[in-house]
Write a protein that binds this ligand. Structure first.
Ligand SMILES: Nc1ncnc2c1ncn2[C@@H]1O[C@H](COP(=O)(O)OP(=O)(O)OP(=O)(O)O)[C@@H](O)[C@H]1O
Length: 747
C-alpha cells in the first residue's frame, strides 16, 4: 500500500514526466514570473544579448545509475533536449567572445528611448507590478484639532477614497534590459560590467520596477517626455523611501544593492573620500543571509574602491575610548608587593583583594562603506559602556532585508535601535520582503514620522520630506507560482517519518503518483532545534553507503558554531550534502540555486513562514520545484492558513479550479484558526511539538534518539536475549499490545 496514494492531495497541474525539468538542472532562460505569454516591449539589445551561462551546482554524470541510487532522477544530460543543448553551446561560445563594448556601450543609443505612458502601463500590468505612494506622512495633529476634524474626515473619506487611490498609483518607466541602467540612468561603468559578469539575461519583475524608482535619472528632461510625470513618479528622481514586496527568489538583493552602490560611487565622486564610518547598512535576520548579501555586494562593487563587509563580533563601527576591564580578582597577603595596576584593601584579616586590570584595545574601526549585519551584531557594536547607543551619522542608506521579520516583535527593538541610530537627515530607507503585513507597513510609516518629528526639533535645516513608495509584485503574501505544492495528511508523527523516508528513496514514488517526485537536494524544516537534531539522527543511515551514506544528510541550526554552520552551507551548495534538515533559520532569504524541493516536516508557524520556506526552491523563475507539507491531527487547526496560500499561488499561475491541489471541499472542511490561535502558533509553534513531557514522563516532542539503523541493531540484540531467556524458561511468554508501547521508529 502506498501511503502517498491514499493521503496526498497534490497538484495535477504540476504532474510531470520522470524526465521533468528540475530547478537544479541548470540556468534559467527567463527569470521572470509573470508576463510570459505576451511579448514585453523588449529592446533589440535584449534579444541580441549573449550572456555567459552559470555553472551547475551539481556535476552532470553520463554514467547511468541503478534506479535505487538515482536520487536525482534521470541524467541531466538526457533531460536536456538536443535543441536546448545546441542553444547552450552557442551561448557559451558567444560569451567567450563578448567584449566590454557589447556590455555597456554598443546598444546605448537604442536603450535611451523611454516608453510612452501607455506602453509603460501595459508592461507594468503585464508583469503584475503595482506602485503606490503611501501618503500617510502628515505630522500628527494636536488632539483638539484632530477630534474636530475626525468626523469631517470620516464623511469625506468614503467619497474620495476611490479617487485618491487612483491618484496615488505611479507608472514608472519599466527597466526591460540591463543595458538601460547605463544608457538611461548612467550607472557607473564598472558597476555595469560587474553586473554583466553575473550573466543575467533579463531583469526580474522587482528589478524592472524598483531600479527605475531608486536610480536617479541622469538624462535631464527625459522624464518630461513621458507626459504625466506625477503619474510616472519621475518627479522623485530616485529620492524616495521604498517598501518593496516581491516574490521569493525574484532578485531583490541586486535590486537594492545596485542603487546603493551607484549612489555611494556618485557621492564619493562628488564629496571625495573620507566620510567617517559606514555609508550604507543592510540589515538581515540571520548570519547566513547577511553573508550571502555581502558576497553579492562584493561582486557588484569589485574594482570600484567600495568595500562591503560582514559585521562580526568584536568589529568596531564607531570611535570608542579604550576600556579597562577587570579581568580577575585575587586574594593576596597585605604585605604583597606584587602591585599591578591597582589594588584595594579589603580590611579583612590582613588580606587585600587585588583587582588585576588590563587595558583592552578596541579593534580598528571598520573602513567598509557597506556594512551587512544582523540587528543584534550591529547593536552590540554600537552600545556604549553606559548603555547608550552610539549614533551613525555617516549612514545615508539603510536596507531592511526581510523587513517584516526584522520589525516583528522578535527583532523589533534591536532593528529600530539601529535604524534610529542612523541620524543623517538624508537617510534613504528600503524595506524589502516577500511578505509584508499591513501592521508592518503601519510601523514603518510611524517610525518614519517619528524620526522626522525628532529631526524637525533639531536646529539643522532639513531637506524636503521624501515620500514612501510601495512596490508590490503579484499578489501580496503569496507563494511563487512556479512550484508544485503537496499538502499531505500523515495522521501522526510516525506517519510523517514514514512519509519522509519514502521521499528519501528515489524509487519510492511510482511514476503514476499524483505528484511530481522530490529529488535531492532538498531542505527539511522542523519546528525546533531538538527536533531537527533528532530527525537527523533518525535518518542518518537512510541513504545507502554506495550513494554517499550518512555524509549526504546534515543538520543545521543556530546552536552550532559559526564555523560549523559555514562549512555545512558550503557543502550543501557544492552538492556534497543532499538533504539538509534545519529550522526556520534557513527559511528566509537564503539562496540555494539548485534546490529541487522543500519538505515541511513540521507545519510552518504562519502563512508568511510557509511562503518563505517553500520559496527556497524555484529561485529566479526555475520550474520543477516541489514543496511537500506533512501534517498530523495536531496541525489541522492551522492547515487552512497554508491551504489558502497554495490556492492563491495556483490561481496566480492560472491553474483551473478542477486541477488545483487544494480542493474547495478541503478548504470548507478545514477549521479557520482564530486570531488568538494564529498568534499562539506564530509565537510558539504547535504546542504538542515543544519540549513538553506528558504525565507519564514521555517527551511528546521526541522523534527518536537513535538512528533507525542503530535501533534495529539494538532491537535485534534485545530480541535475541529475550528469545534465549524464554527458551531457557526464565521469562514467561507475553503478548504485547503494540498500541500501548512507545513508538520506537520503523524497523
Ligand atoms: N535578473 C536575473 N536573472 C536571473 N537570475 C537572477 C536575476 N536577478 C537575480 N537572480 C538570481 O536569483 C536568485 C535569487 O535572488 P535573491 O536571493 O536576490 O532573491 P530574493 O528576492 O532576495 O529572494 P528571498 O525573498 O528568498 O530573499 C539568485 O541566485 C540571483 O543570483
Amino acid at each position: 500500500m502506498n501511503v502517498f496514494k491514499l493521503l496526498s492531495r497534490s497538484s495535477k497541474a504540476a504532474q510531470t514526466t520522470p524526465a521533468q525539468k528540475l530547478p537544479s538542472s541548470g540556468a534559467v532562460a527567463n527569470p521572470q514570473l509573470f508576463g510570459h505569454d505576451e511579448p514585453t516591449a523588449t529592446s533589440p539589445e535584449t534579444k541580441k544579448s549573449n550572456k555567459r551561462k552559470r555553472g551547475k551546482n551539481i556535476e552532470d554524470t553520463s554514467v547511468p545509475l541503478p534506479a535505487d541510487l538515482d536520487f536525482f532522477g534521470s541524467s541531466k544530460k538526457d533531460d536536456m533536449e538536443p535543441t536546448a543543448q545546441a542553444a547552450e553551446k552557442k551561448r557559451k561560445r558567444a560569451s567567450q567572445t563578448q567584449t566590454d563594448a557589447e556590455v555597456t556601450g554598443a546598444h546605448e543609443e537604442q536603450e535611451t528611448e523611454p516608453y510612452n505612458a501607455d506602453e509603460s502601463k501595459r508592461i507594468l500590468r503585464l508583469h503584475k507590478l503595482k506602485v503606490t505612494v503611501l501618503e500617510d506622512f502628515a505630522p500628527q495633529e494636536d488632539e483638539a484639532q484632530s477630534e474636530k476634524s475626525k468626523k469631517k474626515r470620516k464623511k469625506e473619506k468614503k467619497v474620495v477614497e476611490k479617487k485618491k487611490d487612483s491618484k496615488k498609483q505611479l507608472f514608472p518607466q519599466p527597466l526591460t534590459s540591463f543595458a538601460q541602467l547605463r544608457s538611461r540612468y548612467g550607472i557607473s561603468r564598472r558597476l555595469a560590467e560587474n553586473l554583466n559578469e553575473q550573466a543575467y539575461t533579463l531583469p526580474t519583475e522587482v528589478q524592472l520596477g524598483a531600479l527605475p524608482l531608486l536610480l536617479r535619472s541622469r538624462k535631464a528632461g527625459e522624464d518630461q517626455q513621458n507626459g504625466d510625470s506625477i503619474a510616472s513618479g519621475a518627479e522623485y528622481r530616485g529620492d524616495i523611501d521604498l517598501l518593496s514586496v516581491a516574490p521569493t527568489g525574484s532578485g531583490k538583493t541586486i535590486a537594492f544593492l545596485i542603487p546603493i552602490i551607484d549612489a555611494l560611487l556618485s557621492e564619493k565622486a562628488a564629496e571625495g573620500e573620507g566620510e567617517d564610518g559606514p555609508r550604507a547598512i543592510v540589515i538581515a535576520p540571520t548570519r547566513e543571509l547577511a553573508s550571502q548579501i555581502v558576497n553579492e555586494a562584493r561582486k557588484l562593487s569589485k574594482g570600484t574602491g567600495l568595500k562591503a563587509t560582514l559585521m562580526k563580533k568584536g568589529m568596531e563601527v564607531v570611535e570608542r575610548p579604550e576600556v579597562e576591564d577587570v579581568i580577575d580578582e585575587v586574594e593576596v597577603p597585605d604585605h604583597s608587593e606584587q602591585e599591578e595596576e591597582s589594588a584595594s584593601d579589603s580590611g579583612d584579616e590582613g588580606k587585600a583583594v587585588q583587582q588585576k586590570k588590563r587595558k583592552r584595545r578596541r579593534a580598528d574601526k571598520s573602513k567598509a562603506a557597506i556594512l551587512v549585519t544582523t540587528p543584534a551584531a550591529l547593536l552590540n557594536a554600537l552600545k556604549q559602556d553606559d548603555g547608550a547607543v552610539a549614533e551613525l551619522p555617516s549612514v545615508r542608506h539603510v536596507v531592511l532585508d526581510e523587513a517584516d521579520v526584522l520589525l516583528d516583535p522578535l527583532f523589533r527593538e534591536q532593528t529600530l535601535s539601529v535604524w534610529n541610530a542612523c541620524v543623517n537627515p538624508l537617510l534613504r530607507v528600503g524595506l524589502w520582503s516577500a511578505t509584508m503585513g499591513s501592521n508592518i507597513e503601519a510601523l514603518a510609516i510611524s517610525t518614519l514620522n517619528a524620526r522626522w518629528t525628532t529631526l524637525s526639533t533639531s536646529k539643522t535645516p532639513l531637506p524636503s520630506r521624501r515620500p514612501l513608495v510601495r512596490l508590490v509584485i503579484g499578489l501580496k503574501d503569496t507563494a511563487i507560482p512556479n512550484i508544485a505544492h503537496q499538502l499531505t495528511y500523515a495522521a501522526t508523527e510516525q506517519g510523517k517519518l514514514l512519509g519522509l523516508r519514502q521521499l528519501l528513496h528515489p524509487t519510492a514514488l511510482p511514476t503514476n503518483s499524483s505528484g511530481p517526485p522530490l529529488r535531492p537536494p532538498f531542505l527539511v524544516f522542523t519546528q525546533t532545534i531538538p527536533r531537527a537534531i533528532a530527525l537527523h539522527s533518525e535518518l542518518l543511515y537512510d541513504i545507502p553507503p554506495e550513494a554517499g551514506g550518512s555524509s549526504r544528510i546534515a543538520v543545521l541550526h543556530a546552536d552550532l558554531s559559526g564555523t560549523a554552520r559555514e562549512s555545512i552551507m558550503t557543502k550543501f551548495r557544492r552538492g556534497d550534502i543532499w538533504v539538509l534538515i534545519t529550522t526556520d533559520l534557513l527559511a528566509r532569504g537564503v539562496d540555494f540555486r539548485g534546490l529541487n524541493g522543500v519538505v515541511n516536516y513540521d507545519v510552518p508557524n504562519s502563512a508568511a513562514a510557509y511562503v518563505h520556506r517553500v520559496g527556497r526552491t524555484g529561485r529566479a523563475g526555475r520550474a520543477g520545484g516541489v514543496a511537500v507539507t506533512l501534517y498530523t491531527q495536531d496541525d489541522i487547526p492551522y492547515v487552512k492558513l497554508i491551504a489558502n496560500v497554495i490556492r492563491a499561488a495556483e490561481k496566480l499561475r492560472g491553474v483551473p479550479e478542477e486541477e488545483q491541489s487544494v480542493k474547495q471541499w478541503l478548504l470548507d472542511a478545514l477549521p479557520t484558526p482564530t486570531k488568538r490561535e494564529k498568534q499562539e502558533l506564530k509565537k510558539k509553534g504547535v504546542e504538542a511539538r515543544r519540549n513538553v513531557k506528558t504525565e507519564d514522563g514521555k517527551n511528546t516532542a521526541r522523534i527518536s534518539t537513535k538512528s533507525g539503523y542503530e535501533r534495529r541493531v539494538d532491537n535485534r540484540k534485545r530480541g535475541a536475549v529475550k528469545g534465549s531467556k524464554q527458551r531457557a524458561g526464565q521469562e514467561p511468554r507475553k503478548v504485547e499490545d503494540a498500541s500501548e508501547s512507545e513508538f520506537e521508529g520503523f524497523e
